[in-house]
Design a protein around this ligand. Sequence first.
Ligand code: SAT
Ligand code: MN
Length: 605
Amino acid sequence: MTALAIPGLDHAPTTHPGLLAWVQEVAELTTPDAVVWCDGTQDEWNRLTTKLVDAGTFVPLEKRPNSFWCASDPDDVARVEERTFICSKDASDAGPTNNWMDPGEMTALMTDLYRGSMRGRTMYVIPFCMGPLDAEKPMFGVEITDSEYVVVSMHIMTRAGRDVLDRMGSDADFVPCLHSVGKPLEAGEADVSWPCSETKYITHFPETKTIWSFGSGYGGNALLGKKCYSLRIASVLAREEGWLAEHMLILKLTSPTDEVHYIAAAFPSACGKTNLAMLEPTIPGWRVETLGDDIAWMRFGDDGRLYAVNPENGFFGVAPGTNWKTNPNAMRTLEGGNSIYTNVARTPDGDVWWEGMEGTPEILTSWKGEQISPSDSSAGPAAHPNSRYCTPMNQCPVLAQEWDDPQGVPISAILFGGRRATTIPLVAEARDWQHGVFLGATLSSEKTAAAAGTVGQVRRDPMAMLPFIGYNAGDYLRHWGEVGKQADAAKLPSIFYVNWFRRGDDGRFLWPGFGENSRVLKWIVERLEGRASAVETAIGRVPTVEELDLTGLDVRYEDVADALAIDVDEWRAELPLIEEWFDTIGAALPSTMQDELAALRQRLG
Ligand code: SAT
Ligand code: MN
């Protein structure tokens, strides 16, 4: 087949020779029925959402304007870490925490998979930009996909379309992102509502800054601007260029006396980043505004401070547990419409529902499409635990006005946190940058449903980046150390470790969490401003119960004391686990991390 036989291929609205050549090459390999250059317009959204409704993939939600319900294949509901690869030339550059394959071998293998993989489908070319388009050096990408679901999701999650292509001109660098659901259609074959393949590969080539994804339609595997570009590839760029690409929310905290602090916080997937980013403080006079809920790119400004930008344009949040109490601002964002819901339940009157949402409808269509009653516990969850909403940032009622400032915002504090039932106190402050890097390097969390695998198991998750570091984890920790030497120590953000999830002996949470976490943020800000005291402990500086503002909070004193406690025996039991983790990283681990571990051991006695 010659390229010109594919309708649309010759209607390229660009003169960019590299882009044109790549699109042509992919079209010849994947042999779609047609090629469409996406323009990012409302018209395109309308056309594709209509197509998805007609195909049975989307169900329009009568109760939510311009919003759609969608159910995935039951085997395509989360990121697939065991199918995710970093294909650096040298295996040691992928390090012990990533899957690796030789780039040549992977290219050959996936080229075979892509051959004819778009047959019977349309190939879409989506020009997109991560971060503001008016940045000095905009971060371009182009995703080629055969999934309409991906196109409309990219409309929400990124700046996508014609403006991006125009700004790219004929010579801008871009990250080529190739995606196919891997389900070609034969002539006359009816499509399924969620096409995907049993064979899945989520592949990154760090040397050529290229992404190839095959077989999955799920967010983190298919919306390639998100984890693949903005974390795995961007972390490689960040290392080369001296900045940080991190799995962090960004929030703006304003005190009753109008002092402003910007805070970035890293938690593993499904550990409450979105809730913290949109938090409604329970203490009077304090205000939180949102700049991002998942990813932060941080670079030093001319003033020596670290500035953060959120590369995304939307929220791809975990639905279950989101409600008017845990995250009223997410609920309000969703009320704006223009959203896609994947794997939640649907009510008979055209609304969505998930576990934890207020009101329990009598009858529901579950994420599996079954008619169930949520009160019938034998039916299983109505919404998949990793079900997601995809919704535009600009509908968030507490969006900070500077959220899309290309300069970013200066970060005062970095929080690391995980989900731990024991050991880790509610909050601890690092002594200095290197100690903070150690806290991040040893971050641990119980596994959640955001990735396929066993939920609940404790695993080490350095800086909540374990599945997202695009290179060797030891080199990554070294890079964090180096970044701390780029600036005057006094200008670096202070680093804190938090754990909202500690439990008492009877299994109940010791700290109420959600809006009450503003009390912890207040202590953090008072530390930054030198107004709060802390107790030096073996693991860092921890507040006493009295140092936390608990005014009006209905909580037992002993519970807060237990939430803050450093149990030396628990910490001694943690040491071999940290050691084992450092052994896993091996020779690339910077010696500073071993020094910190030795110092901790000594302090624990
Ligand atoms: O990977 S996703 O972006 O789909 C969600 C997550 O795991 O953080
Ligand atoms: Mn995430």
